[in-house]
Design a protein around this ligand. Structure first.
Ligand code: SF4
Ligand code: SF4
Length: 82
C-alpha cells in the first residue's frame, strides 16, 4: 500500500482518482487506507494518485510493503466485497 506524507497540500485531486475508494480526508491531510490500497494493481499499470499528485508526497507505506501477488489478492478480495 502507499501512504500520504504530511507534505500533502489537500489539493483534492487524488481522492476521486482512486479506483478502490482508499483515499479519504484525515485529521490534517488526506490519508490512504492500507486495507483498500492495491497500489492500483487490478485497475491500472501505475498508481493513479501518484500520477496526479502535484507535490509527490505518496510513497510506499513502509509498514505495508506488499508484493504484486499480495496486492492482486487484495484486489480480488475487494472485488468480492470482503
Ligand atoms: Fe488508490 Fe491506487 Fe493510490 Fe492506492 S495507489 S490509494 S489504490 S489510487
Ligand atoms: Fe495531497 Fe497529493 Fe492527494 Fe493533493 S494529490 S490531496 S497533495 S496526496
Amino acid at each position: 500500500a502507499l501512504w500520504i506524507t504530511d507534505e500533502c497540500i489537500n489539493c483534492d485531486v487524488c481522492e476521486p482518482e482512486c479506483p478502490n475508494q482508499a483515499i479519504t480526508m484525515g485529521e490534517e491531510h488526506y490519508v490512504i487506507d492500507p486495507r483498500r490500497c492495491t497500489e492500483c494493481v487490478g485497475h491500472f499499470d501505475e498508481p493513479q494518485c501518484v500520477q496526479v499528485c502535484p507535490v509527490e508526497c505518496i510513497p510506499v507505506n513502509p509498514e505495508h510493503v506488499e508484493s504484486r501477488e499480495q496486492l492482486a489478492l487484495k484486489y480480488r478480495a475487494l472485488q468480492s466485497g470482503a
